[in-house]
Structure formats: C-alpha cells, structure tokens
Design a protein around this ligand. Structure first.
Ligand SMILES: [Zn+2]
Ligand SMILES: [Zn+2]
Length: 105
C-alpha cells in the first residue's frame, strides 16, 4: 500500500475526504457536491453497480433466454411464455406454460 490516501477508492486527498458531509453543500440551488468529490462519487457509483451486477450474477439463469431470474421453473426457465420458452418446456415433456400462468380456460 504505502500511499496515504483519504478514501477507499484512492481518489481523494485526506483533506477532501474530511470535508463535512462528504463534500456535499446545501446551497440555494439545493445540495451540490464539491468538484473535488465528483470523481469519488463516480467511483462510488461504479463500485455500487459492480456489486449489484455480482449479486445478479448469483441468480440462476434461464436456459431459454439466459436472463437472470429470481426463480426458475421445473424446466430451468424464467417465467416468460414466449414461443422458445414454450418449445423448450414441451421438449422436456412439461406443460408449455408454467403452473399458475394458465389464465383463460
Ligand atoms: Zn475518493
Ligand atoms: Zn427465459
């Protein structure tokens, strides 16, 4: 490490990192961020979205469309009922439409 930096992303000097309210100032135009903190906010946001991406990567992926879904059905598919999803389910001998999605009778 060696380098003394003011923040965990290494973009702020100790002085900038110590700004009150993280560099936010309440002005007559509302809250504004100190210019020297703009890069920090960008990095903070990048880190947050990377974390969200990682979380979503943990979700199982639909075998039909590859989309992450909270839950997959018996065929390993998401809850979509497009042609390709129906075909996939039918090939596995399952109902083309997941249970509870039947709707019209
Ligand atoms: Zn920073
Ligand atoms: Zn799908």
């Amino acid at each position: 490490m060696g380098i003394v930096s003011g923040c965990q992303y290494g973009c702020c000097t100790a002085e900038v990192a110590a700004l009150p309210d993280g560099g936010w100032k309440n002005t007559d135009k509302g809250w504004v961020i100190d210019d020297r903190r703009a890069e920090h906010l960008r990095r903070e946001w990048a880190a947050t979205s990377a974390r969200i991406d990682r979380m979503q990567a943990d979700y199982p992926k639909c075998k039909g469309c590859g989309q992450s879904a909270l839950a997959l059905d018996a065929a390993g598919l998401c809850s979509k009922v497009t042609e390709s999803h129906r075909t996939y389910r039918a090939r596995l001998g399952l109902s083309p439409v997941p249970a509870g999605r039947g709707g019209r009778r």
